[in-house]
Design a protein around this ligand. Sequence first.
Ligand code: BG6
Ligand code: MG
Length: 218
Amino acid sequence: MKIKACLFDLDGVLVDTAVYHFKAWKKLANTLGFDFTEEQNEQLKGISRIESLNKILDWGKQQKTEEEKISLATQKNDWYVAMINQMTPAEVLNGTVDFLSKVKNAGYLIGLGSASKNSAMILDRTNLTHFFDVIVDGNVVSKSKPDPEVFLKGAELLRVLPQEALVFEDAIAGIEAANRAGMKSVGIGHAEILTEATLVVADLSKLSIAHLHQMDEL
Ligand code: BG6
Ligand code: MG
C-alpha cells in the first residue's frame, strides 16, 4: 500500500539526545552507588521516564517508594533539561534537515511519535518544529512503546491508515511498536540490534524518496 505519512521518533533519530539521556541516567545511578552499561542502555531507548527509572533501580537492586521514585526521576530530568537547554540546530543528526525537507516537498505528511515529555523544547531549540503536521509525545500518550498507541494516534490524527504510515525509529521498543501498529519501519542504527525493522540505515542521510517508493511495493 502507498505510504502517505512518515512518523519520526525524536531522540536518537532526529537529534542526538540519546547520549544526554544516557549521561543523566548514569549520573543518577552513580549517585545511588552503582553503574550500568551501554548495552543495558539500549533497553532504555524509547521507553518512558518512569519505566526507565524502574529498570535502572532493578539493575542496581534498589527498592524505592513511589515518592522517592518521583524525586529521582525529577532529578534526572533536571540534569537532562539543563543539557538539552543548551542544544543548537547544529546538534540535529546527520541528514535530518535535508531528509525532512525532501519528505515534505514530496507531499508526505509528517508526524512526531516520541515518548518524551521534552519534545517541544528539543524541536524548538533545533528549529525542527515547522516540519511537523502533528506532534504525538509523552504528554499525550498513556502507554509507552512497545505499545503501538503513539504511532496509531499519529496515523489517526493525520487521517491515514496504519499501513499508509512509515515509522523511523532507533529503539528496539519503537520498532516493536511499529510492527504492532501494522506499520513498516526504518530502523536508524545497527541491523544486528534492530532486527525486526523493515529496513535499517545508519542515519537519515542514507535515505532518499526512492526508499519511500520502495516501501509502497512491500
Ligand atoms: C524517549 C527516549 O524518546 O523518551 C527515552 O528514547 C526517554 O530514553 C523517553 O526515557 C522519555 O523522555 P523524557 O524526555 O520525557 O524523559
Ligand atoms: Mg529514540
